[in-house]
Design a protein around this ligand. Sequence first.
Ligand SMILES: Cc1cc2nc3c(=O)[nH]c(=O)nc-3n(C[C@H](O)[C@H](O)[C@H](O)COP(=O)(O)OP(=O)(O)OC[C@H]3O[C@@H](n4cnc5c(N)ncnc54)[C@H](O)[C@@H]3O)c2cc1C
Length: 442
Amino acid sequence: MKLFGCTFASPGVLRLLAWAGPEKLRNWAGNIEYSTDHIETATSPQQVQDCVKAQAKLKALGTRHCFNNIADSKDGFLSLKPIDQVISLDPAKRTVTVGAGITYGKLCPYLDEKGFALHNLASLPHISVAGACSTATHGSGLKNGNLSTAVSGLEIVTADGKVVTLSRQQDAKTFNGLVVGLGALGIITKLTLDIEPSFTMSQYVYEGLPFSELKDHFEAIESSGYSVSLFTDWQNQRINEVWIKSRMDQGQAFHATPDFFGAKLATRNLHPIKELSAENCTEQMGIPGPWYERLPHFRMGFTPSAGKELQSEYFVPRQHAIEAILAVERLHDQVSPSLLITEIRTIAADHLWMSPCFGQDCVTIHFTWKPDWPAVRRLLPIIEKELAPFDARPHWGKLFTVSPAELRRIYKKMPDFVELASFYDPKGKFRNEYLDENIFAC
Ligand SMILES: Cc1cc2nc3c(=O)[nH]c(=O)nc-3n(C[C@H](O)[C@H](O)[C@H](O)COP(=O)(O)OP(=O)(O)OC[C@H]3O[C@@H](n4cnc5c(N)ncnc54)[C@H](O)[C@@H]3O)c2cc1C
């Protein structure tokens, strides 16, 4: 492996070499072999600045959990993995400031110990906060915005190597354009996140919810918990599993009865893919636990999801939820053979320019695919055609075939984003093929 221009303290580099292994550098799923294995690891913001100044082109790499080439580079990567400290916690302002390399898996137990929580989490805690927020990563909940809605401050090293500090309060005109930055604006070195008092949750799973019930009671089902996930293989006109995560505070606890809109209360912990062991999954059966051990589906220290898989996801305005779900259901004969599981979630609207929930409450239809790209590549345009009437927006970090022109049409703030990115990175130091094709070529 070659190292590029700026050389840093060797321990950081060696750590990453060990992590990458002798194989070519790949994303978590292994479906993307990155276009270079030139990689540096910064152990301080100063090293980030030195590296940015020394390089004509480079890309920040988080925990590599995206399924497409959004994080790819032909030139060189910069990992901030060792910059993973909690820098400060302000109980009065209810904020925490963290180094950009931190994962939710590290941050959340710290916050809980101090009596605080984040408003929501993705299905897994393994991902970096910077990478997750840069791609509008989300959990579920009618009233819960995606994870990047918690960002109230950013420190970014821009293309000229300067440190820029920005906040929701003081940079109101552009901040909403910066948060879901798709890695295009600079290297994030610090993030400040909104926090709230810690809370306890419980999780119940129901099996076999008929689509007819979902159709008639979608709002009631989705509002039965703080965060609700529906898993289906699109077979037999039913949702296989309903995961209801409820807060125990403020009288919000879910009172489990044996029957839930025709679905039956599970009698043991389940994996979203029923055939897989639930050992990887967070505790269910109504056992109370801390927020960070109930909001994700998968436990830190265990393989999340199936491991060998591909993923795609589409955000649909919530008023079209049922129509969109039924549109995909009509494709079940084509979809099911390539599918491991679908997850349906809800997310609240936000004001972040490049968030798929910009200006619209959403329902998301997610596909965990078998690792067969030719089959998935054939299916995606078929699904996207069915969802096009609803202006469905694809997840930035998952696989899609929506055209750049269509992306520009459905992301109304894209021209503003391009202008903002060009201001901070006029020569395209942080651009790659993904950004050139999907954002800047439009
Ligand atoms: C098993 C599994 C489950 C998942 N579950 C969910 C889910 O529940 N909800 C959901 O929405 N998504 C989910 N995802 C998708 C994924 O986690 C996110 O999209 C997220 O971006 C991954 O973060 P990362 O740190 O791995 O980012 P990477 O893939 O490493 O990078 C993503 C982007 O962020 C940029 N970036 C990273 N760090 C920085 C930085 N310091 N400064 C500037 N830019 C930076 C990169 O350049 C790149 O453009 C899942 C993925 C997997 C593999």
